[in-house]
Design a protein around this ligand. Structure first.
Ligand code: GTQ
Length: 364
């Protein structure tokens, strides 16, 4: 049977011959490069990811409603995914990163499981929750990490009547592991893992500017390439940023921006995700910059604006505490703050750097 479509009026014989050829090779699972080459190797990143802002005032009522709809135990993880408007249906905030807001009510448990995806938690509101990693509990506050393939469960010890829910931002490398087809997961046999270690012990062992005397980052690190401390208290971060703002140079693009480290290596806390905290002084008018790593922001304190531009398009978002926004790859961003602010952010920068493809451009 001749599958050749009839030539449209004006279609040249050449074009018709090409279409026929494409159809013929399609039956053999082949396709011509020359029709897609420009899109495959674009002159600069052409991401479908869009700049987006989630105002906490809009998000919060739905988070609370979700708490009435389903228990943490039934949901396993009661999370509203922050899904990029340019990537609907893909459960991601950038092409490589997942973000969601997780809610746990007083008395609830999010049951134990483990997966090869790495997770970061950044607490947005509430207190009284904990997370347990590899037999050690830590308070779910400030910035917490869950290393790849470690058992973890979350719980809220507060009183059902008098205490508030705890909400945190989950940042995971889910899309990256999906891309590499490297995802494994298991549910724990018990709802909550046995607590086998003293609370805070990993912080004492690895987080006091010291390491155990025979520690070797390649052989005795408890979580491989992931940081051996999984709690990074904000109080210390805040004080460092505050002192640097008062007594050191302010970067014209970033304000005072620091990256979190794995104290055993000086590298990022997790191999796939970098995490940052930055302070913009009052009156800060940042210069524009862009980088290949798309980044997700959680506003900690204060307010400001971010102006994001790509080609002819510009987005301006006004942000305040607990708002979240995303700056996609190679979009120019400019931060401003009249009253001063503190921003937590994360990106896939370590992967770009490991592969030698990270680019950053700081514009005048
Ligand atoms: O807390 O383990 O938002 O496994 C998505 C997947 C959180 C978690 C998420 C997860 C978790």
């Amino acid at each position: 049977m001749d599958m050749t479509p009839p030539a449209a009026p004006g279609q040249t014989a050449t074009a018709a011959a090409r279409q026929a050829f494409y159809q013929a090779i399609a039956a053999h699972s082949m396709t011509p490069l020359w029709e897609v080459l420009h899109a495959l190797v674009p002159p600069s990143p052409a991401t479908p990811c869009q700049p987006a802002l989630w105002k906490y005032a809009d998000v919060h009522p739905y988070l609370m409603q979700s708490g009435q709809l389903i228990t943490a135990e039934e949901a396993v993880r009661r999370v509203l995914i922050l899904e990029n408007p340019g990537l609907r249906g893909q459960s991601c905030i950038t092409q490589s990163l997942y973000a969601g807001l997780q809610v746990i009510m007083p008395g609830e448990v999010a049951p134990s499981h483990r997966h090869t995806q790495s997770a970061l938690r950044f607490v947005v509101e509430g207190h009284g929750a904990f997370t347990a990693v590899d037999g050690e509990r830590t308070q779910m506050q400030d910035f917490i990490i869950t290393p790849s393939w470690t058992w973890h469960d979350h719980g809220h010890l507060g009183d059902v009547q008098s205490d508030a829910p705890v909400v945190w931002l989950d940042g995971l490398d889910i899309p990256m592991l999906r891309f590499f087809d490297a995802g494994f997961a298991e549910n724990g046999s018990a709802k909550q893992q046995a607590v086998t270690k003293a609370q805070g012990i990993s912080g004492h062992r690895y987080g006091a500017n010291m390491l155990p005397v025979r520690f070797d980052a390649r052989h005795s690190a408890p979580f491989g390439q992931t940081s051996p401390i999984f709690s990074y208290p904000y109080e210390r971060t805040r004080e460092a940023l505050h002192q640097l703002e008062a007594h050191a140079d302010i970067d014209a693009w970033d304000g005072v921006k620091m990256r979190y480290v794995n104290p055993a290596t000086g590298g990022p806390p997790m191999p796939t995700m970098a995490t940052f905290m930055q302070r913009l002084p009052a009156g800060f008018e940042g210069k524009p910059c862009r980088q290949t790593d798309g980044a997700v922001f959680s506003v900690v304190e204060g307010s400001g604006t971010v102006e994001i531009a790509r080609g002819e398009q510009t987005w301006t978002f006004a942000f305040g505490p607990r708002d979240h926004f995303v700056i996609p790859s190679w979009h120019t961003a400019r931060l401003r703050s009249a009253q001063g602010c503190v921003l937590f952010s994360f990106s896939d920068r370590p992967v770009h750097q490991a592969l030698g493809i990270h680019r950053e451009e700081r514009l005048p």
